[in-house]
Design a protein around this ligand. Structure first.
Ligand code: XMP
Length: 319
């Protein structure tokens, strides 16, 4: 009988067999896949694993703190927090073309990861949370615009460049199986159930030029939106939900005054694998209440719209 408990034991045995007494580096993205891979590998080889978390300054509100406290403080997994926001945001200054943004982020990500990984003495292996669908997708979709750097946390080409061998303990699993394994490993349910988050982060939810001001507004609006979704018990029904801040200011009224602030778009979709998606049919009541909360609680936004595009023809992200 095949159970997650048995899979875990077998995976641990194979990791030990592959790695021996050598050092392993794992790139943490804060997502479920890399987290489950890290915890599993840590269970197998303990302190022979060092995690590198590249913080590009494009994460959601409190995200970096949550990842660091979970891995370093709760799990005692050696973790390098590479706070490189200045570098990434500096290079992205004035860039508005979506593919240019992705290329810049992807390249910097690799440079930064390599810089920190070089500090881990004697590392011979690179661990990745590659799933079975990633294995297939990287073949059939290579070169497609929205997935060119989809694998950038699965740092393509880097292992060879750094002379590292790959450890990919989730290679045979689908997403729901990774979640089951995460549960088996004792990761908090709230963490396992988290919506996917793209490698380029908030950069692709901020169409047009990225500024620190826009990112700060976006983080706040996104936090209110997700809070609303959780309060209404809808989080687990939704594949992904987020706010995109639009590159346009619009006129509004607040009290006696006129405002001239950013507009934002709410996005929420259902999906099985992210390849196709339907927009989520929120009630008008929910949408109205959420718009009111965002406008009241987030300074810098005075107009809220809901994106009713499904995929295809839209993509889930805005860029
Ligand atoms: P799209 O926008 O292409 O997104 O419909 C499909 C799924 O992929 C995620 N996504 C990415 N994930 N790096 C990632 O790690 C990326 O560059 C990237 N682009 C999109 C997106 O969040 C959705 O889950």
């Amino acid at each position: 009988d095949w159970t997650m408990g048995a899979y875990r034991e077998e995976a641990i045995r194979l990791i030990r067999e592959q790695v021996g007494d050598k050092q392993v580096i794992c790139g943490l993205s804060g997502g479920v896949d890399s987290s489950v891979a890290a915890v599993l590998i840590h269970e197998a080889i303990g302190d022979q694993l060092t995690c590198v978390f590249v913080d590009h300054g494009l994460l959601r509100k409190n995200e970096a703190e949550e990842v660091v406290s979970m891995f370093r403080d709760n799990y005692n997994i050696p973790l390098i927090h590479a706070d490189e926001a200045d570098l990434f945001l500096g290079e992205l200054e004035g860039v508005s073309d979506p593919e240019s943004k992705r290329k810049i982020i992807g390249k910097l990500f690799i440079d930064v990861f390599q810089k920190y990984a070089d500090q881990v003495e004697g590392a011979e292996f690179l661990a990745q949370g590659t799933l079975y669908p990633d294995v297939i997708e990287s073949v059939s979709f290579s070169g497609g615009p929205s997935v060119t750097i989809k694998s950038h946390h699965n740092v393509g080409g880097l292992p060879e460049k750094m002379g590292l061998k790959l450890v990919e303990p989730l290679r045979e699993l689908f997403k729901d199986e990774v979640r089951a394994l995460g549960q088996e490993l004792g990761l908090p349910a709230s963490f396992i159930g988290r919506h996917p988050f793209p490698g380029p982060g908030l950069a692709i939810r901020c169409p047009g030029e990225i500024t620190r001001e826009k990112l700060a507004i976006l983080r706040e609006a996104d936090a209110v939106y997700i809070d609303q979704i959780r309060k209404h018990g809808l989080y687990d029904e939704i594949w992904q939900a987020f706010v995109a801040i639009l590159p346009v200011r619009t006129v509004g009224v607040m009290g006696d005054g006129r405002t001239y602030d950013f507009a934002c778009a709410l996005r929420a979709v259902t999906s099985v694998d992210g390849m196709t998606a339907d927009y989520y049919p929120f009630s008008h009541e929910f949408l109205g209440e959420t718009a009111t909360r965002i406008i009241n609680e987030v300074r810098g936004i005075n107009r809220v719209t809901y994106d009713v595009t499904s995929k295809p023809p839209g993509t889930i992200e805005w860029e």
